[in-house]
Design a binder for this molecule. Structure first.
Ligand SMILES: Nc1nc2c(c(=O)[nH]1)N[C@H]1C(S)=C(S)[C@@H](COP(=O)(O)O)O[C@H]1N2
Ligand SMILES: [Mo]
Length: 325
């Protein structure tokens, strides 16, 4: 079996990196823009130190939306409170059982409407693209949310390498299917038709915010968060951010997606975060920001497109978002 190159941690803590100021590539850093620096301090921290940090300012901490200065959800919450039904439906099941999945070797196939179909192995996935850090809000349809410092690259960077054809209108994603490694897939009570699948419209896939994460908090991404590579679409409900991807297929027709197949009246293809459109069984107006407890529930208002309206609102101009939820 191929040996994995030892992970080189960034030489500065992840909390001090802003995506605008530092793009990191394994083994070396490349400064591409000084835009995020105020007198040497990262933008988020400088704002926080000024004492005038409010929610709106934090949301807009970077013009591209690549970085929010909001308090980051601690590593332990990000990696122990998960949805990954392949390992069970309890929030702590993925942290308990995702180690039963091996990610080495791994193969990610890219096919369909592309000029150059091919596969990426683990090494390609982990170090074949320029890595950068993005700090995004993640809003689950269940009305909890987190702020996560991801490491990875844009989906556009990945797709361009395989040269999408003019017929490519959608992108479909598939999670690993392996009953031996994924105990949730062996469960008799599971109603999901495995493998977990997701999809995006081509313009959503190519939007600069759409991210492939291979790490978080400056480390390789833990299995429970979707190792070795998972999608992150920060303006959509979390279920769109499919984990442990083995296939990306570009298509002419809109692909089927797991939650839409399961309950189409509750979960749509678009699944854009929208406080105006409630889930049939609960309100989407507010969310519980982790860490949260009985004594500090930490409820905050949910923002349109999870606060990324400026970056992605144009994608849905003229669409009835109550109908296309
Ligand atoms: N393959 C797969 N991907 C998945 C899920 C899943 O059950 N299986 N759950 C989704 C849901 S509902 C959410 S909220 C996010 C959670 O990501 P996190 O556990 O890293 O916070 O993963 C999404 N990706
Ligand atoms: Mo979710």
């Amino acid at each position: 079996m191929r040996k994995k190159a030892p992970y080189q941690p960034p030489s500065i803590p992840s909390s001090e990196i802003t995506s605008e100021s530092v793009w990191l590539k394994r083994r070396h850093f490349m400064s591409v823009a000084a835009g995020g620096l105020i007198a040497g301090a990262p933008l988020g921290r400088a704002l926080a130190a000024s004492g005038s940090l409010n929610y709106a300012a934090a949301s807009n901490a970077s013009p591209g939306g690549f970085y929010t200065g909001e308090k980051q959800t601690p590593f332990d919450d990000v990696t122990r409170y998960n949805n990954f039904y392949e390992f069970g439906t309890g929030k702590d099941d993925p942290a308990s059982y995702a180690h039963e999945m091996s990610i080495d070797p791994w193969s990610l196939q890219v096919d369909g409407e592309v000029e150059k179909p091919g596969t990426l192995n683990l090494e390609d996935i982990q170090s074949g693209f320029d890595l950068e850090e993005r700090v995004y809000r993640l809003r689950c349809v269940e009305a909890w949310s987190m702020v996560v410092p991801w490491v990875g690259y844009s989906l556009a960077d990945l797709l361009k390498r395989f040269q999408p054809t003019s017929k490519a209108k959608y992108v479909q994603f598939y999670t690993l299917q392996d009953r031996k490694q994924m105990r949730g897939q062996r469960s008799f009570t599971s109603t999901i038709d495995w493998p977990y699948v997701e999809g995006l419209r081509m313009d959503e896939a190519m939007n600069p915010l759409t991210f492939m994460a291979t790490g978080l908090y400056g480390k390789d991404i833990p299995n429970q968060n979707g190792a070795p590579i998972r999608l992150v679409v920060p303006w959509k409900y979390g279920f769109k951010s499919i984990k442990s991807i083995v296939r990306i297929r570009l298509t002419e027709r809109r692909p089927k997606t797991t939650w839409e197949m399961l309950a189409p009246q509750e979960y749509g293809f678009y699944a854009n975060v929208n406080p105006q459109v409630d889930h049939p069984r609960w309100s989407q107006k507010t969310e519980r920001r982790l860490p949260s407890s009985l004594f500090s529930p930490n409820r905050i208002d949910t923002q349109m497109f999870n606060g990324y309206q400026e970056q992605v609102g144009h994608l849905y101009a003229g669409m009835d978002l109550k109908r296309f939820y």
